[in-house]
Unconditional design. Structure first.
Length: 546
């Protein structure tokens, strides 16, 4: 027979409750174990995983999310997903969450934010979780940190863009230099023949006015070639120690004439560290920058400010400049020109130093291109910052002078000249230049010999070296360079005074010429009096009066 106590309803009920409670405890423990395993599983995943409910409230946040974004789970769980973002972008984030709540997944690369406010690039996917009735019950977000890859891509694109720009500028510079060289040869003929014609035309002749117009136009064309040569970096640089502050202060009266009544000019030329530079070229650079700043202001009222100073530039500073070309880290003196004009777009900034590119009227645009060439010749760099509607600032950086360098001048002339007619050997591959030089020098009383090539000049000089008092030598000739011809001529006779001439102006080759007396440099196009004066200085005894 069954035990009476086993039939006691109270005992049965108590046992049932104990068993159900134990089953409930076991189920809770199992759920906790499952949740713990799920949490450990989520934390083991290297990506950032965030789970929200259907309303967008965070209810799961793994260790990867903490590592990537900086928030601890206890700081973010229970908060709206967009709460962790800066206030200005929360609206956009809420729109993204709403898109997923509507049942559409989002995938892409975008900028996210860390707890400290810094930005991080992520590759993310936000996926809705649906129930059997296709209703969104949760949202799972998975993000990976791709900041390093994005940074590398940006750096690669920047380097590629800079290389492309450098190659483009190099090609344009070579073209500008070549055109300027040939054009200078033509202008030498134009100006020389104009001078000769003026010498034969009486002062009362109406033709003198027309010849003067030709002369004026030729000089304007020569100025254009100088700008082209400056852009190509092959302009004439007579380097000497100087102060940028003094260069700015010295140009103040000129700057006043360049500005209009509605433009205020401010100059803060503080003492700076010395640089080695060409005062004339830096003056041209200043004029170009000031004119560009004034034109950027237009007809509105505004301010142009010039300042000088010195700054220590790191490699990262220099990497963000035009003409970086691995400029060394160190001290740089600078000139800064800022304006309150219209500013520039990114597209305009990318092209601002291209020759003849302009946002102004047709025919402008060489000024800033020349600035680029001048800074290239000075081994400097250019920083530009601009914003549409808020003006532009251009800072040109010159390497600080580490030691005082002697100023190169003309070498002393040769020994005493004899009473005989002095002879000059003119060496130039351009026939028109040779003929003009011969006519001018013969009119000045010199005997002139001509050579159309380096080989011909060497042969002629070998035959008559003791009869030739000076040589006018073009530096840029085919087959044999001016330097090769120079070395051969000075090998035949040491001390012969040689006047160098070039359409490229005074280039680096001049500084490397050794073994002879460099009696001067004559820039093409040269005038009647410039040629005659240079030759007379070359053949005059050292103690003769000018």
């Amino acid at each position: 027979m069954p035990d009476e106590s086993s039939l006691d309803p109270g005992a049965i009920s108590e046992r049932f409750v104990r068993e159900e409670f134990q089953r409930l405890v076991d189920r809770v423990r199992l759920l906790e174990e499952v949740a713990d395993r799920q949490e450990r599983l989520l934390d083991s995943i290297p990506a950032a995983i965030v789970v929200t409910d259907a309303a967008g409230t965070v209810n799961a946040w793994n260790a990867g999310a903490t590592a990537l974004f900086g928030w601890r789970p206890d700081e973010i769980i229970g908060q709206p997903y967009e709460a962790r973002f800066p206030a200005p972008v929360r609206g956009g984030v809420a729109d993204m969450v709403q898109t997923v709540r509507d049942g559409r997944a989002l995938t892409g690369e975008w900028e996210d934010y860390r707890k400290d406010g810094s930005r991080v690039w992520v590759d993310s996917r936000m996926q809705p979780i649906l129930d059997d009735d296709a209703r969104v019950v949760a949202i799972v977000g998975v993000s990976r940190d791709i900041t390093e890859r994005k940074t590398a891509e940006w750096e690669r694109q920047t380097i590629e863009a800079r290389l492309t720009q450098a190659k483009t500028l190099e090609s344009l510079g070579a073209l500008a230099g070549g055109v300027a060289h040939d054009f200078n040869n033509l202008l030498t003929s134009v100006l020389g023949n104009t001078d000769l014609a003026l010498a034969h035309v009486p002062p009362s002749s109406p033709a003198r006015a027309y010849l003067k117009h030709i002369e004026h136009a030729a000089h304007r064309a020569a100025e254009l070639t100088r700008q082209m040569l400056a852009y190509s970096g092959r302009g004439q640089f007579l380097m000497r120690p100087l102060s940028l502050a003094e260069a700015v202060r010295g140009k103040r009266p000129l700057f006043q004439t360049l500005t209009s009544d509605h433009v205020t000019l401010e100059i803060a030329a503080h003492d700076d560290i010395p640089v080695e530079g060409d005062a004339e070229q830096i003056g041209q650079l200043l004029v170009s920058l000031v004119v560009n700043a004034v034109e950027a202001i237009g007809v509105s009222r505004g301010t142009v400010r010039l300042s000088t100073g010195a700054a220590y530039c790191t490699r990262s500073d220099l990497a963000c400049t035009y003409l970086d070309e691995s400029r060394p880290e160190g001290w740089y003196a600078y000139i800064e020109v800022s304006d309150t004009g219209s500013g520039m777009s990114g597209e305009t900034m990318a092209r601002m130093f291209e020759p003849f590119f302009t946002t102004k009227f047709t025919g402008r645009g060489l000024g800033l291109a020349a600035v680029l060439g001048i800074m290239r010749g000075h081994r400097g760099a250019i920083q530009v910052s601009s914003e549409l509607g808020r003006g532009t600032t251009v800072r040109v950086l010159f390497p600080a002078l580490k030691r005082e360098l002697p100023v190169r001048g003309d070498a002393p002339a040769n020994g005493p000249a004899s009473a005989r007619v002095q002879s000059v050997l003119v060496v130039d591959d351009e026939e028109t230049v040779r003929n003009v030089a011969r006519t001018i020098l013969e009119r000045a009383g010199f005997r002139v010999l001509l050579a159309a090539s380096g080989a011909e000049a060497i042969a002629r000089f070998r035959e008559e070296s003791d009869q030739i008092d000076a040589i006018l030598l073009d530096l840029s000739m085919p087959l044999m360079s001016g330097r090769q011809v120079f070395e051969a001529l000075t090998h035949i006779r040491q001390g012969v005074p040689i006047i160098l001439s070039s359409g490229y102006l005074q280039d680096e080759a001049v500084a490397r010429l050794e073994g002879g007396t460099v009696a001067g440099f004559l820039q093409k196009p040269y005038r009647f009096d410039e040629l005659v004066s240079s030759v007379r200085r070359a053949v005059r005894p050292p103690d003769a009066a000018e």
